[in-house]
Design a protein around this ligand. Structure first.
Ligand code: GDD
Ligand code: MN
Length: 404
């Protein structure tokens, strides 16, 4: 590239939203786009013509002081009507470490960030807003967290030194409300950081390399936490600034997209294979129950209640054995021995008996209070109790405790 030429626009990646691992092998890379560097920072833009020059100047000054020549800025613009991409591209003459991507066929904050990461060369991938609401100087503390060994470093408004400038009560309520809904639907993801709504963070590429992303809406951090392999998370407090130019693109649609995103991740993390096996085993238990009941009543002439209890108990034991060998076999073989198995049986039994009680309560509620047909009520209760039995058993009886 001769000195006063602008950088070409980056080609826009298409296809699956998968970030690749960096090319390994010799250091004699030929193509400028394949030389790996330390840090790639994505700046997603939509109608930021008044902010883009300032943010590029501030970021370049900051990063030239910390990692000179070892970073790149990638503005990913969604064909802004105010031609932000064109202004950004003109800046590449003065800031050669700046690259610009103009997307014309795809739109959205989260996918813009991922496409930027796909086109990037950094070992560490970051994202920052273009509108100066995320203070650039926080980058230095985030990079320090990564260099301390964190897999992901997030700027948070909800830790010491964090906060928002003068957000309206409504915006604060909406932000905290969204976080609470996330904690209910996806506690294992949203609960890992104090500010899951943050759009200001960085992470090691290898934590998400090879994972296909499927984000919806604005919350890229939740997507990364939900699909990435992230163990150590560092957080840095920052004060979310007031916008000086342009306006926020957050609309009520983003909140609906956020809910959809949570549900997509919820079911992506739901172990469907195990759930199907658990359902098949549970269904087989119905036959065991009926067969034992038939034998006890017909050949042993045992009175009804005791026959029902014996039949239910034998069905529970049969279900346990099948689940321990087949559904959760991969987990139980890591916890060998009779006493461990007996402990699992006790937990399984207790949970199933609680499920029986739950079943009776639900059927009575639907039948007596809502006047629902008893067989439909029982069917709904069976489905609800199967979900309960599966989830609680997976979390308690066959819990996978990651041992470091
Ligand atoms: N490429 C692209 N495409 N960029 C977008 C789009 C889009 O569809 N929508 C917004 N952006 C860019 C904006 O230009 C800005 O740089 C950044 O994404 C954030 O957009 P805002 O509209 O300013 O969002 P906000 O300020 O209300 O909320 C931001 O901060 C919150 C707290 O960190 C967002 O980053 C939220 O995700 C975040 O929770
Ligand atoms: Mn903003």
């Amino acid at each position: 590239m001769t000195i006063n030429q602008v950088n070409e626009l980056l080609p826009v990646p298409s296809g699956p939203l998968e970030i690749l691992a960096l090319p390994t092998g010799g250091s004699n890379f030929t193509d400028a786009h394949t030389v790996s560097i330390y840090f790639s920072l994505i700046v997603p833009t939509y109608n930021e013509c008044k902010n883009v020059k300032t943010i590029v100047e501030q970021l370049s000054k900051l990063l030239d002081g910390m990692i000179p020549g070892n970073y790149e800025l990638i503005v990913v613009d969604d064909n802004s009507p105010d031609r932000t991409w064109e202004i950004a591209q003109s800046l590449t003459v003065e800031y050669p470490q700046l690259q610009v991507m103009r997307r014309e066929d795809e739109r959205g904050l989260s996918t813009a960030v991922i496409r930027g990461w796909q086109a990037s060369r950094g070992e560490v991938l970051g994202v920052i807003d273009a509108d100066l609401q995320h203070p650039p100087e926080t980058l230095l503390q985030l990079l320090a967290e990564i260099q301390r060994g964190a897999d992901l470093a997030a700027a948070s408004r909800h830790v010491a030194e964090g906060g928002v400038s003068d957000w309206s009560v409504i915006r604060r309520f909406l932000s905290r409300g969204a976080q609470t809904v996330g904690l209910i639907i996806l506690p294992g993801v949203v609960g890992r950081v104090s500010d899951p709504m943050s759009g200001y963070f960085m992470l090691r590429r290898n934590c998400i390399a090879g994972k296909t992303m499927n984000p919806a809406g604005y919350k890229i951090l939740i997507e990364v936490l939900g699909r990435g392999n992230i163990r150590w998370i560092g957080e840095v407090g920052y004060v979310f600034q007031e916008r000086k130019e342009g306006e926020s693109k957050v609309t009520s649609k983003q909140y609906i997209e956020y809910l959809r995103h949570l549900l997509i991740l919820r079911f992506a993390r739901w172990p469907m294979g195990k759930f199907v096996r658990f359902g098949i085993v549970g269904f087989s238990g119905v036959f065991v129950n009926m067969a034992v009941l038939y034998v006890l009543r017909t050949y042993l002439n045992l009175e009804l209640t005791r026959s029902l209890i014996f039949a239910a108990e034998l069905a529970i034991i049969s279900n346990f054995l099948w689940n321990d060998l087949w559904t959760f076999g991969d987990i139980s073989k890591r916890q060998p021995g009779i006493s461990q198995r007996f402990k699992r049986l006790l937990k399984f039994n207790t949970i199933c008996l609680m499920g029986l009680i739950l079943n009776v309560l639900l059927v009575n509620l639907m039948f007596n209070v809502f006047g629902m047909n008893e067989y439909l009520a029982n069917l709904i209760a069976i489905v609800a109790v199967t979900l309960w039995n599966f989830w609680i058993n997976m979390k308690l009886s066959w819990r996978v405790t990651e041992v470091d």
